[in-house]
Design a protein around this ligand. Structure first.
Ligand code: HEC
Ligand code: HEC
Length: 320
């Protein structure tokens, strides 16, 4: 019973979202605009203040992976990235693979590609309140997105993933935010507050075909070809994808699969709200009390953890 009755917010809080300035939940990771390294805006547009355009980068093709021990590590990292339950089994607690959310084996712009991340670490993260190395960032995705446990620093799995990211970033400018890095969520706001019923309609029309009417994904030959969006085999309540602004930005840019950019902004936010209004594995930082866990780690309108949806308090242990 603990934490059920107290400090429950409703989706009405999401009204705060529409037209708001910067959501407080914004990851501290959003990089400052590149300074001197970026080209100056052209004189023609000088009167209108514009962000200088970010440098672009194209990662090398897979065929360019070298031979030798380094190439072996890169290939191992790629195998882990594209089939995580097989190649990093000990550290995975669901059926997802890294490339379910970082598409084209971590290469695709606007799906948090590895080459957009590599040169930005170490960096401060608000999520854990300290400067994170790249390896520690990888550990975070294992713990939350993979609902698993973090491979130890220096483990073969983390070394291979770092080798893969470093190889893919060969020639990329370091320390500047590249075009296509992260999910495109700068100033991505819903025109109207996101709505569950509208989101459900989008889900049925544009997502259920692949992810299943129950959102549990689909298997073929014992492998998940379409990953689950919620439920016991999906990412947990600590994962970035459970936050509405990250889910909406990912969905807008990348879903329906191979038809990214076809949903309206409103549809992307609505379906993100619908997806993240369903139960999933507990936040590993759970204190034993939903309201307390919300206050400590989810105190933002971007998280539905601890809120009541159709009479059920999301994250309550009774649901597991
Ligand atoms: C359920 C979706 C999901 C899965 C699965 C997932 N990630 Fe992530 N990952 C995210 C989200 C969301 C972010 C944050 C992106 C943002 O803030 O724009 C992220 C961020 C990252 C970053 C930092 C990106 C940056 O630009 O700073 C790295 C590196 C990363 N993930 C690696 C991995 C690896 C390796 C795996 C597999 C072990 C993995 N991820 C699995 C969703 C996922
Ligand atoms: C044509 C099939 C298809 C459709 C339609 C589709 N998806 Fe996906 N979705 C995929 C595939 C395949 C992946 C994994 C991508 C990969 O591994 O390369 C994925 C990955 C995802 C992920 C990240 C992984 C996870 O399980 O959380 C989310 C979130 C997602 N889709 C949401 C949606 C939403 C919302 C819609 C509807 C707007 C949608 N998808 C429509 C095929 C589809």
């Amino acid at each position: 019973m603990s934490g059920r009755a107290t400090s429950v917010i409703t989706v009405a809080t999401l009204a705060l979202l529409a037209g708001c300035t910067k959501p407080s939940a914004r990851d501290a990771g959003a990089a400052p605009s590149p300074g001197s390294a970026a080209p100056a805006p052209s004189a023609k547009h000088a009167e209108a203040p514009r962000a200088p355009s970010a440098p672009t980068f194209t990662p090398p093709p897979q065929s360019a992976i070298p031979g030798g021990p380094f190439g072996d590590a890169v290939r191992q990292g790629r195998a882990i990235f594209t089939d995580t339950p097989t190649y990093a089994r000990a550290y995975v607690g669901n059926v997802l693979s890294c490339n379910n959310c970082h598409l084209d084996a971590g290469r695709l712009p606007s799906s948090a590609p590895l080459w957009g991340a590599w040169g930005m670490y170490p960096k401060y993260r608000k999520k854990n309140g300290h400067v994170n190395t790249f390896a520690e960032r990888l550990q975070g995705c294992f713990r939350y997105s993979m609902n698993g446990t973090a491979p130890p620093l220096g483990s073969p799995e983390l070394v291979a993933l770092q080798a893969y990211a470093r190889w893919m970033s060969e020639g990329a400018p370091v320390g500047v935010k590249l075009a296509g890095a992260g999910y495109p969520r700068e100033d991505f706001r819903p025109p109207e507050p996101p709505d569950y019923a509208r989101g459900e309609a989008v889900f049925k029309a544009k997502c259920a075909l692949c992810h299943g009417a129950d959102g549990q994904g689909q298997q073929a030959g014992g492998r998940y070809v379409f990953p689950p969006l919620w439920g016991p085999r999906s990412f947990n309540w600590g994962a970035g994808m459970h936050e509405l602004h990250k889910a909406a930005a990912f969905i807008k840019a990348n879903m329906p699969f191979s038809r990214g950019g076809t949903l309206s902004d409103q549809e992307a936010w609505d379906v993100a709200l619908f997806m993240d209004s369903h139960e999933r594995p507990q936040d590993p930082r759970f204190t034993g009390d939903v309201a307390e866990t919300r206050a400590k780690y989810h105190d933002t309108p971007m998280s539905l953890y601890g809120t009541e949806v159709h009479g059920h308090v999301l994250g309550s242990p009774s649901a597991e």
